[in-house]
Design a protein around this ligand. Sequence first.
Ligand code: AMP
Length: 373
Amino acid sequence: MAEDGGAASDSPQAVALRARSVEELYELLETLGSGHFGVVRRCRERSTGTFYAAKFVKTRRCRGSRRGLERVQVEQEVAILRDLQHPNIMQLHDLFTCRAEMVLVLELMRGGELFDFIAEKEMLLEEEAIEFLEQILLGVQYLHGRHIAHFDLKPENIMLQEKDVPKPQIKIIDFGLAQKLEDGVTFKSLCGTPQYIAPEVINYEPLSSATDMWSIGVITYILLSGLSPFQGETDAETLSNVLEGAYEFEERYFSDTSEMAKDFIRQLLVKEPQERMTASECLVHPWIKPLNRKQAAKRCRSSINMKNFRKFNARRKWKLSYNMVSACNRLCRMRLLCSPRTEGEELRCCESDQEEEGSRPVTLLRRRRSSCS
Ligand code: AMP
């Protein structure tokens, strides 16, 4: 990888821009996942033997190009990650950068996605689901306390550090859309994934930490029922359902759900952002923190709808694979258009700035990596 030079970081994690190549310092292993702008690979630090996840992000080489991400966008993701240190937030370990690509060496999530872990279970009590939700809320409370909003909370971005342990630890990943919210500065954006985005995103209204809390409401609803509250046949229909804010707790899907859980969701799926519970308020909601034995007992008697949850998860995974295959096909078509390269060049190749032929029309949502609707 071409070097930019080693500007030392003053962050607590001492993440530095490396003057050496990623392959020199890390052995690159199998692919763990991929998105529109690159791949994530398992890697092993040569000096310590520790495993990490290396996220390769293609950056644009010139203004006006649609290939890759704006460099400043990745730099923003890095700046945010550098600032974060919490047990439920994935950490940045190292960073490599060159003109056409940045490589983020991240804490490795060996346990896979939370939803996949849950889908393998025979049954799950609300009480057990709450343990996971509480960890998500602690991570989000920490972020919001630092005036950072994630803006892309969805099942793909909630992973487990390990899964074969008595109490798996949740980690929130992918800060590609995250923003530091400044006092008195309005932030608007049309980013996110239709199923999980709040009405204010679609309306292009100011966003805040409350925007994340809507997504947590959607995730909780799905976790309990295996149903997505606003999912339509198409993205446009989903967006319109979100704007209408119409959802219900259909008895056949929520027959085993406690009233406290429904109340928790009702206080998050509120159109008015200021009226939604904050992460701190969620953490003291009686469903999460029961006030008495009676409330605690209700959580032990209620369970999540595993049959439907497994169906939802299988569909979700199928759509993610479909999106990935489409992305690979697009990439292959682009590569055919570009001049041939040798295999060894592949990892570090700097993509040409030639635009994808027949690029699709501009859509409302600039959906980044691994989105699925
Ligand atoms: P991202 O581009 O950050 O959304 O990552 C794309 C995919 O790579 C994710 O959906 C995960 O499957 C995988 N991934 C990302 N970060 C990690 C990590 N730190 N550890 C393990 N897998 C990861």
